[in-house]
Design a protein around this ligand. Structure first.
Ligand SMILES: [Zn+2]
Length: 267
């Protein structure tokens, strides 16, 4: 069975490490910093098999070069670096576009283009298989628990389309976001939907995890459909709240999403 482990980096990043216990190899996702990854691999007797990259931001890519240099000391073949084809990330040797499928450790990963946070953003989805029961989604900075990434490059329309595509994955999909933003996001979600008991309950369970030094991630698609306002812009609860806050009559889901995203930017 493959496992996924979070490696903490910077103040609130997680570099997800997919481990193959049979071969003691691992895949790292969005290595923004090599140091904690090298330490984790040494401590757990792992060698680097490949790297997945979701988008070009430094806190997802700056560790690639040092990791490749480190691996070159012992690796017998080049390390595969999978990432978006329409990106300036020079280390990518396996460029990917919408619908591409790759196989790592005999496990399939499907690629979706999810622009919005950046224009080069992709996600990796691995359907349920004998090596891991729940499906996996590595979504970078597009979907966060109870939130979504800021719109640095894309339009609200692009981001909403991307989020809706991610939300269509099976409800039991484990969602591996790359930042521990959950509690701050939940504070915003409670302000937007103060009568939503599911948000309150989830906030309590996440607070307990943080007090005990545990990540709140992975989350699941089911949880996010219930507590993430950015996936609920078609619901009356969110529509009415955003209309009140912006003093505007909200008609379309896109209008609600756009106003909600700018409300969060100044929250
Ligand atoms: Zn980013």
């Amino acid at each position: 069975m493959l496992t996924v482990h979070p490696i903490k980096a910077f103040s609130d990043n997680y570099i997800w490490c997919i481990e193959n216990p049979a071969t003691r190899q691992c895949v790292v996702v969005d290595p923004g910093d090599a140091k904690p990854v090298v330490k984790y691999m040494q401590d757990n007797h792992l060698t680097l098999h490949s790297i997945l990259v979701t988008h070009h931001h430094y806190d997802h890519t700056d560790g690639i070069d040092p990791l490749l240099k480190e691996a070159a000391k012992t690796a017998t073949s080049a390390i595969d670096v999978y990432g978006p084809a329409n990106s300036k990330i020079s280390q990518i040797n396996n460029p990917l576009t919408q619908g591409d499928e790759i196989s790592i450790f005999n496990t399939q990963f499907r690629v979706s283009e999810v622009p919005g946070h950046t224009l080069d953003h992709i996600s990796f989805f691995s359907p349920s298989d004998p090596q891991h029961k729940s499906p996996w989604l590595f979504c970078g900075d597009t979907l966060f628990s109870s939130g979504c990434g800021r719109l640095f490059e894309g339009s609200p329309k692009q981001m909403l389309t991307s989020l809706k595509a991610l939300a269509k994955h099976p409800t039991d999909t484990k969602v591996y976001c790359t930042h521990e933003y959950t509690l701050a996001n939940l504070a915003f979600s409670e302000a937007v939907a103060p009568h939503n008991q599911k948000i309150k309950d989830y906030a309590q369970s996440c607070q307990k995890k943080r007090v005990n030094g545990l990540p709140t991630l992975p989350t699941s698609i089911q949880t996010e459909l219930e507590i993430n306002p950015f996936l609920r812009c078609d619901k009356a609860e969110i529509k009415e709240s955003v209309s009140r806050h912006s003093n505007l009559e909200m008609l379309s889901e896109l209008e609600v999403f756009t106003a909600l995203r700018s409300w969060k930017d100044s929250f």
